[in-house]
Design a protein around this ligand. Structure first.
Ligand code: MG
Length: 479
């Protein structure tokens, strides 16, 4: 029988061998290499816009199959209801207020912004690089378009995509005035650059082929790195207005142009998953599909739907921040086709990937993600117990278990969007019984408001908010 000392030496020696074989963390007992990660992030896709989330006329067979083979989250949240802060949180596992990637004056970064994701932030690809991951970003970045803020300065080996939203850089005088330009969009109305790494390679970007091209780039990256652990981040520009799809998707959807675009994103998901199957990497790859924020409702049928959830993009009602989310990892996600009611957040993707890769979560700062492994592998409740809903720097609402308290409410992109309503006591909804946030029950459950108040007090005690990156102007010559 081995004594304790020799047992220790044996374990240590085995660990050294495993490290020589390419670095294996404590979460990966027996695995030869850490798992690959693919994150597919749609833009402005609503909670109700997929077949497997109940849309009656949009067909999403590939996402439906992904859900049948994986895990569907019905209570999964973005950390913001608009693009830039949402993506900052996904990349850092931290609330945007902690990184300065939000603002009460400018809600996202623009082409005239001079700021971006601070170098002091540890991004998901930067953390995974410490384990030898190959990292590629293919799509809309929106965390700063100047050199220090681009993907290749923040942990990605390669980048192919547009640096900000596809409706920015609108060309003066081009197309119909006002919002009418969106109803029959043409790619030449917006001077959006397409970049490879740090170079602009096309301007304006031909947006009609952009979903297909991001997909092709991601697929070839997977082929190229089939023998390495890899992270593929595929943040589609679609289905953010102006809507574009390639010729083979024109007019195919009963939902019209918006449906065509969702169905092309669905095709893209199918291409990525089939590539993983063909390369026999499917059992070594965790794939997440989600969206950065809810549907942009004022754009009528060019925006999506949050289904039974209230309101949409820009707001802290459920329609603004709850996202249609699917996780896929054949052979590892238990009980495929499962639907979980457990809480999750895009910030948890950061922590989950690091944990599965055997990389330590940064300990020198507050992170807001949790490891979702108990939910993925169906061996316990979610580590996530609450959700905080920020609009810029203002904490608007908080969810604890099924209960959501609104301290403030404000609609978005509507005529009354400047009006912020304070609620004392807070409005209280039971999201299990009342997912549409219709029935305020604060007078019946004062004890819940006390619990939520304690949670918020605790959160604020540890909150440090640096100056906003979104308010830094672009320096021009002569400044
Ligand atoms: Mg968005």
């Amino acid at each position: 029988m081995r004594d304790n000392l020799s047992s220790f030496s044996f374990t240590k020696a085995l660990g050294a061998v495993l490290v020589l074989l390419g670095g294996v963390g404590p979460a990966l007992r027996g695995a030869e290499r850490p798992p690959n990660f693919v994150i597919i992030y749609a833009d402005d896709l609503g909670y109700g816009d997929l077949g497997c989330f109940g849309h009656p006329t949009i067909r999403t067979p590939h996402l439906d199959r992904m859900a049948d083979e994986g895990l569907r989250f019905t209570q999964f949240y973005s950390a913001s209801s608009v693009c830039t802060p949402s993506r900052a949180a996904l990349m850092t596992g931290r609330l945007p207020i902690r990184s300065g990637m939000c603002s009460d004056k400018r809600r996202v970064l623009f082409p005239d912004s001079g700021g971006g994701i601070p170098a002091s932030e540890i991004t998901l690809p930067e953390a995974l690089k410490t384990r030898g991951y190959a990292t590629g970003c293919f799509g809309k970045w929106h965390l700063g378009h100047l050199p220090p803020f681009l993907p290749t300065s923040n942990g990605f080996d390669t980048y192919y995509g547009i640096p900000y939203s596809n409706d920015m850089d609108r060309i003066a005088g081009a197309g119909p005035k006002g919002r009418a330009i969106f109803w029959e969009p043409r790619t030449e109305y917006w001077n959006v650059p397409l970049m490879r790494d740090t170079e602009v390679i096309e301007r304006p970007t031909d947006q009609t082929t952009i979903t297909r091209r991001y997909t092709e780039q991601a697929v070839s990256f997977i082929h190229e790195h089939r023998d390495d652990p890899f992270l593929v981040y595929l943040p589609h520009s679609m289905v953010h207005v102006p809507l574009f799809r390639s010729a083979s998707f024109e007019g195919i959807s009963a939902r019209g142009l918006y449906g065509d675009c969702v169905e092309e994103v669905d095709w893209s998901v199918g291409q990525v998953l089939q590539t993983l199957r063909d390369l026999k990497l499917d059992r070594q790859t965790l794939v997440f599909f989600s969206s950065d924020n809810g549907p942009w409702l004022p754009f009528r049928d060019h925006g999506g739907t949050a289904g039974l959830l209230r309101d949409g993009k820009g707001t802290t009602f459920e329609g603004g921040m709850r996202e249609p989310t699917i996780a896929w990892w054949p052979g590892r996600i238990t009980a495929p086709g499962r639907v979980t009611l457990e809480l999750g957040s895009t910030m948890d993707i950061f922590t989950t990937c690091l944990t599965l890769a055997g990389v330590d979560v940064p300990a020198d700062r507050v992170t807001d993600g949790v490891d979702l492994s108990p939910v993925l592998f169906d061996n316990g409740p979610s580590n996530r117990k609450f959700v905080l809903y920020y609009r810029g720097t203002q904490l608007m609402a908080a969810r604890l278990g099924p209960w959501k308290a609104h301290f403030f409410t404000q609609s978005s992109y509507q005529k009354d969007s400047r009006e912020r309503h304070e609620h004392t006591p807070p409005l209280l909804y039971h999201l299990g019984h009342d997912p549409s946030e219709r029935f305020n029950v604060n007078d019946e459950h004062p004890e819940v408001l006390v619990q939520i108040d304690a949670l918020v007090t605790e959160h604020r005690q540890h909150l440090v908010a640096p100056p906003s990156q979104l308010e830094i102007p672009l320096k021009t010559d002569g400044d």
